[in-house]
Design a binder for this molecule. Structure first.
Ligand SMILES: O=C(O)CC1=CCC(=O)O1
Length: 262
């Protein structure tokens, strides 16, 4: 799959779907790759030109020297859009991907048409958790956190019934470069958009998971309360709600992104 050589990073990306359809960018969460969107890919590609990419430090993208900032993650998206001559796009990000989306909608409002903020928060504390997690993976490797982190991505009942999917997610996390993961932990740690998200003007859908512990519904409701005219959807899921509630998640995206605002 192609790479875009940007200022200080090579971004691995994939573009699928009808070239005349609106572009929808999908942005992955911390410790996953663009493959996290596999459950949505076929259906979304029949409505949109779907652009997925591996956030810097993840998957097959390069791992520039860290720590990173959310501004860097956002500028990577702008670099990728420029590289592909894409002017204005829909953007859906989950967790860290959602933070990137908030930053883009605030700092490059002219490039973002509609925004989906999924299982995310304007601020994910406490900071010491991120500092400790970054230090742990650099000392003990990614495998050392795989069980505890993935346990929070899916509800216990769902995980028990989908053991194979759990293993795929653990392998995805474990194969993330430790330096890249740690550098992104610091980007999440240092991000606080609570005072700014009220400035988002893009039509926005906020998606939460009832059983999401890292970014609980209270975080999604905060975003909904701050972003004028936003819509709110809560799914019966944990953090990776797109994996656990595949059809509800995909249908919600298609419905929201396809409606023309009055
Ligand atoms: O993996 C986690 O711990 C939850 C999470 C926070 C930011 C993100 O992208 O995932």
């Amino acid at each position: 799959m192609p790479h875009a050589s940007l200022k200080d990073v090579d971004l691995h990306y994939a573009l699928a779907g009808d070239q005349s359809a609106p572009v929808l960018v999908l942005s992955n969460s911390l410790g996953t790759t663009m493959d996290m969107w596999q459950p949505q890919l076929a259906e979304l590609s029949s409505h949109f030109q779907v652009l997925r990419y591996d956030t810097r430090g993840h998957g097959q993208s390069s791992v520039p020297q860290g720590p990173y900032s959310v501004a860097q993650l956002g500028e990577d998206v702008i670099g990728l859009l420029d590289h592909l001559n894409l002017d204005r796009v829909h953007f859906c990000g989950l967790s860290m991907g959602g933070i990137t989306g908030m930053w883009l909608a605030l700092n490059h409002a002219d490039r973002i048409h509609k925004l989906v903020l999924s299982n995310t928060a304007a601020y994910i504390g406490p900071p010491e958790n991120w500092t400790n997690r970054a230090a742990t993976v650099q000392k003990d490797g990614m495998a050392s956190i795989a069980d505890s982190v993935v346990a929070r991505w899916l509800t216990p009942d769902y995980a028990q019934a989908h053991a194979e999917q759990v293993e795929v997610l653990k392998a995805m996390l474990a194969s993330t470069p430790a330096d890249g993961y740690a550098a992104n932990c610091i980007a999440v740690r240092d991000n606080d958009l609570r005072q700014e998200v009220g400035g988002i003007r893009a039509p926005t859908l906020v998606i939460s998971g009832t059983g999401d512990m890292p970014t609980p519904p209270s975080d999604g409701k905060f975003l909904h309360s701050q972003i004028q005219g936003s819509e709110y959807l809560e799914l019966d899921a944990a953090h990776l709600s797109n994996q656990e509630q595949v059809s509800s998640y995909t249908n919600a995206l298609i419905k929201f992104l396809s409606v023309t605002p009055a």
